[in-house]
Ligand binder design. Structure first.
Ligand SMILES: Nc1ncnc2c1ncn2[C@@H]1O[C@H](COP(=O)(O)OP(=O)(O)OP(=O)(O)O)[C@@H](O)[C@H]1O
Ligand SMILES: [Mg+2]
Length: 236
């Protein structure tokens, strides 16, 4: 029954014949066709320059495709007006490799900021920020400043910020790139837990150990093309 519901639904992400050439002439993606369903967890792998970040930037509509059709959470990105971008972004949580916390705001406010910009009430903000910080194990760090935290803790603040608006989709471009191996496992474990509760997760990584150990779908890019799409943990 669950399967029937899932196939009847719109996919979380669909690319049909998508190509992206930067103004410099670099063909970053060529004829990419992929479908990612709601509730999936997908690793995106491939060598440096393969097109992974470009793929993510197209999904968050930070870049626009030259050809093809992209659908994300029901939005048709290729024909969508710029004014719709904030609405699209509200359906996703984004985790950055370099954390991107605001250094002059404490942990609580860094997470709250993501809610305040979408107009949540003060009471809602307090409730959801407290919940998100507890989820990532930082309930006792709400009053700390970002620079007083370790890299792993800063990234967990980034994760809390991505989750606080209960997005349908979380996208993370090398979220473990600047944290130690133990913390990497912790962050992917948190993403796995979030995924188990129904959120679609898309994560770029260079870490073969993570891909092997977490046994999720793996999409491999090479020179802007998808060269492999494996259902469970094989990135070779
Ligand atoms: N803004 C840009 N302008 C011009 N070329 C770009 C731009 N961003 C990326 N590229 C080029 O597009 C190609 C794909 O880049 P992309 O950043 O998507 O690779 P990647 O797989 O994320 O690599 P990495 O693992 O190093 O992060 C590369 O050749 C890169 O030099
Ligand atoms: Mg990249």
């Amino acid at each position: 029954m669950d399967n029937m519901i899932q196939t009847a639904e719109a996919p979380a992400i669909e690319f049909v014949g998508v190509s992206k050439t930067y103004p410099t002439g670099t063909n970053a993606l060529e004829d990419v066709n992929i479908r990612i369903n709601n509730g999936e967890f997908v690793f995106i792998v491939g060598k440096s320059g393969a097109g992974k970040s470009t793929f993510m930037k197209l999904i968050m509509r930070e870049e626009k495709a030259n050809t093809g059709r992209i659908t994300v959470n029901g939005f048709e990105l290729t024909s969508m007006h710029r004014s719709q971008i904030p609405k699209l972004r509200r359906t996703m949580g984004i985790v950055f490799q370099d954390f991107r916390l605001i250094p002059t705001m404490n942990v609580f406010d860094n997470v709250a900021f993501a809610m305040r910009v979408v107009g949540a009430s003060g009471r809602e903000v307090r409730r959801e920020v407290t919940r998100a910080l507890a989820k990532v194990g930082l309930g006792d760090k709400a009053r700390s400043m970002p620079l007083e935290l370790s890299g792993g803790e800063q990234q967990r603040v980034g994760l809390a910020r991505a989750l606080v608006n209960s997005p349908k989709l979380v996208i993370a471009d090398e979220p473990t790139g600047n944290v130690d191996p133990n913390m990497s496992y912790e962050i992917v474990s948190l993403l796995t837990e979030i995924n188990r509760r129904g959120t679609t997760v898309l994560m770029v990584t260079h870490d073969h150990n993570l891909v092997r150990d977490f046994q999720q779908r793996v999409i491999m890019l090479q020179d802007g093309r998808i060269v492999a799409d494996n259902p469970g943990g094989d990135d070779q």
